[in-house]
Design a protein around this ligand. Structure first.
Ligand SMILES: NC(=O)c1ccc[n+]([C@@H]2O[C@H](COP(=O)([O-])OP(=O)(O)OC[C@H]3O[C@@H](n4cnc5c(N)ncnc54)[C@H](OP(=O)(O)O)[C@@H]3O)[C@@H](O)[C@H]2O)c1
Length: 328
């Protein structure tokens, strides 16, 4: 299978390293970052590309732009791993549309396009007879969409509850374990590289809400948007609130909830029993899927990371390879 990759940051490099070192049956024929691109229909030397990126900051030739790779490279699947633009989804939406119009499959970890334009993108995929897969957009390495689509096939999905933001979970874990204030825990999260310089997106629950929208739209196709999510962040939580919860053998976690039966879509700090399956520590993510036959299934795993996110992307790529092999 021939793959082109747009974005050579943490996720793109993790993916390239895995394709270079594991026998996955893939060759990479195009790569682009923000300032350069490289195309080789016989397969790019990935180790060389990784070294070049590290040494020069460029993956290829500065004269070759990302859209040129999308338009001209010979590939079966475009992997779109450029930064999330939560306002417009661009330029990733244009990359994805262009690839699908060329009848190429798309795999992405980019939340922006999927949260903002899922319906349009998925109908474009159907129209062109290609796949659009986005396992890595929600909960990193956790195979939530594969589990729902395949492992839970035939089940009715009633509700989904999750810890979808590792930064918030880390802050809440440290506040509970060490009695830190929100500000102290946030500072520590920054020092550990878990929180951005501007943590608004995480601590106000926006990131978790975007993932909830992606989950609801993918599973139920109900066309919800970020505005439909009732959202409260963790930035106003006090150590006292956590201590009071602890006294009841409970703790506080930022829980994202989507319930089809009541149309509930909410992200908020919730008091939950310490022995509840969703109470995971540190930067871990967790998702409980509530169904009619299997009842409750909880998945726990790493919600971010270079190779962890690459795992979800590779799962999507190999799914496409298997399906399309069988059909041809
Ligand atoms: N990191 C994670 O653990 C994780 C987990 C799940 C999902 N995601 C999502 O996956 C995507 C990639 O994440 P990341 O951590 O790899 O981001 P990153 O480290 O910031 O890397 C982004 C890459 O995209 C390139 N890029 C920037 N603007 C571009 C443009 N206009 N056209 C083409 N390429 C462009 C950058 O180029 P330069 O190298 O030239 O700057 C860089 O190579 C994001 O959407 C993120 O939200 C990340």
């Amino acid at each position: 299978m021939k793959v082109a990759i747009i974005g050579m940051g943490s996720v793109g490099r993790g993916l390239i390293e895995m394709i270079a070192t594991k026998d996955l049956g893939m060759i990479v024929t195009g790569i682009a970052d923000s300032k350069s691109g490289i195309i080789n229909e016989h397969g790019i030397d990935l180790q060389k590309a990784l070294v070049r990126k590290k040494e020069t900051g460029l993956c290829g030739d500065p004269k070759i732009k990302a859209m040129e790779v999308v338009t001209n490279a010979k590939y079966d699947v475009l992997v779109e791993v450029s930064p999330t633009n939560a306002e417009t989804g661009e330029p990733a939406i244009s990359y994805m549309k262009t690839a699908m119009q060329r009848k190429k499959h798309v795999v992405t970890s980019n939340k922006g396009p999927i949260a903002l334009a899922y319906k349009k993108l998925i109908s474009l995929a159907k129209k062109n007879g290609v796949e659009l897969r986005h396992e890595a957009t929600v909960a990193g390495a956790i195979p939530v969409f594969h589990t729902i689509e395949h492992g839970l096939a035939g089940n009715e999905i009633y509700a989904i509850y999750g810890i979808l933001n590792g930064t918030c979970n880390y802050i809440l874990t440290r506040m509970a374990d060490e009695g830190l204030t929100y500000e102290q825990a946030l500072l520590e999260a920054r020092e550990m590289g878990y929180a951005e310089a501007d943590p608004t997106y995480d601590v106000q629950g926006i990131d978790a809400a975007i993932k909830l929208v992606i989950l609801a739209n993918t599973v139920w196709g109900n066309g919800v948007t970020l505005d439909d999510v009732d959202r409260t962040g963790i930035n106003l939580l006090t150590p006292d609130a956590i201590r009071l919860a602890e006294e009841e053998d409970c703790t506080i976690r930022l829980i994202a909830e989507a319930d089809r039966r009541t149309d509930l879509l909410r992200v908020s700090p919730r008091i939950i029993r310490k022995n509840h399956p969703l109470v995971v520590n540190g930067t871990l993510n967790a998702i409980t899927i509530v169904t009619d036959m299997a009842r409750d299934i909880t998945l726990i795993g790493r919600g971010a990371g270079s190779v962890e996110t690459a795992s979800a992307i590779i799962g999507d790529l190999l799914f496409i390879a298997t399906c399309y092999d069988r059909r041809s």
